[in-house]
Design a protein around this ligand. Structure first.
Ligand code: NCD
Length: 317
């Protein structure tokens, strides 16, 4: 069946856990087509004409919110951004009441970021439209893992059998969790590297190898994903000082020399230079795919909006 018409068996995109290999491949294949569209002067396609997309972000965001907005607009949807700082949420309205209010306005797509794990799933049960998780607490950030996968697949021509190291604050990272699920489903070998305080206990059960030392963990890696220290989710001391953290876990050229010569450096952003990554390494275009990840983010989000509205658009024909 041509990609444009292939159906997708899920109503929402709440996480990577539970997706099948061919469903992930379908999203990446469609996203590849949108990369082409986005590189043209005319980036618009009237696929979602008449549909309404609401972006509801309870947590800060630059890349994710903007790329969901661009993705919806490039596909012709009416896109509304709801700012939680100026809405009735500040007047004490509950998440469920906000969901019911938005639902009454009959949106077709709801993109939600929330600080609590599970909040997006809860909200998805209260509305009639497709819900996309743009990050829920420490739980999942599915479109980030998909855009990372697209970046890796385009650079390395495959995901299967690559060795990927996810480094730093794995404990508080929804990016790490979604990536661990996706990379395992796609047949990569996954390692996590960080101080013992920032590695979740029992993470081996998710199918990863654990390292507490960067030099050992980076050995023979094809992909290095660096993570920000999520201090907003930390209550207590997880590491002595920033400079000590950087000297042990910050990615600099010395640590990078232990990975494969062509190892690709990735980071979901926002970066903290001199904390988890050395500025020169981050800016090294021969090694880093950080800007490319942002480009892939728009294409992947277009693919997700497209795929999740297929049955609805089919009904209208
Ligand atoms: C990540 C997030 O929000 O989980 N950022 C992003 O979406 N690009 C990672 C982070 O905030 O460190």
């Amino acid at each position: 069946m041509p990609l444009e018409n292939a159906s997708f068996p899920h109503t929402h995109l709440l996480g990577i856990e539970g997706l099948k290999e061919d469903e992930i491949t379908q999203i990446l294949d469609v996203a590849d087509q949108y990369v082409k569209q986005n590189r043209r002067t005319n980036k618009k396609k009237d696929l979602l004409g008449g549909l309404t997309q609401i972006n509801l972000f309870f947590e800060n965001s630059t890349r994710t919110r903007m790329s969901f907005e661009l993705a919806g607009k490039r596909l012709g949807a009416d896109v509304i951004n709801m700012s939680t700082s100026s809405s009735s949420i500040k007047k004490g309205e509950t998440l469920i009441d906000t969901a019911s209010t938005l639902n009454a306005m009959r949106p077709d797509l709801l993109v939600v970021r929330h600080g609590s794990s599970g909040a997006v799933k809860l909200l998805s049960r209260k509305v009639d439209c497709a819900v996309l998780n743009a990050g829920d607490g420490k739980h999942e950030h599915p479109t980030q893992a998909l855009l990372d996968a697209l970046t890796i697949r385009r650079r390395k021509k495959r995901i299967e059998r690559l060795t990927v190291a996810i480094c730093g604050d794995v404990l508080h990272s929804r990016v790490a969790r979604s990536n661990i699920h996706l990379l395992n489903i796609m047949g990569a070998r996954v390692r996590v590297i960080g101080p013992p305080t920032l590695i979740p206990s029992g993470v081996e059960k998710m199918g990863v190898e654990v390292f507490y030392n960067m030099e050992e963990g980076l050995k023979d890696c094809d992909i290095i994903m660096m993570l920000r220290l999520q201090t907003e989710r930390m209550h207590g001391g997880y590491f002595p000082t920033v400079s000590e953290y950087f000297s042990l876990y910050g990615l600099d050229y010395e640590k990078l020399s232990h990975a494969k010569e062509d190892a690709l450096i990735m980071h979901p952003g926002p970066m903290n230079r001199g904390v988890e990554i050395d500025a020169a390494v981050a800016d090294d275009l021969t090694r880093s795919a950080i800007q490319e990840q942002v480009e892939m983010g728009v294409a992947v989000r277009m693919a997700c909006l497209d795929i999740l509205t297929r049955s609805k658009r089919g009904d209208q024909k």
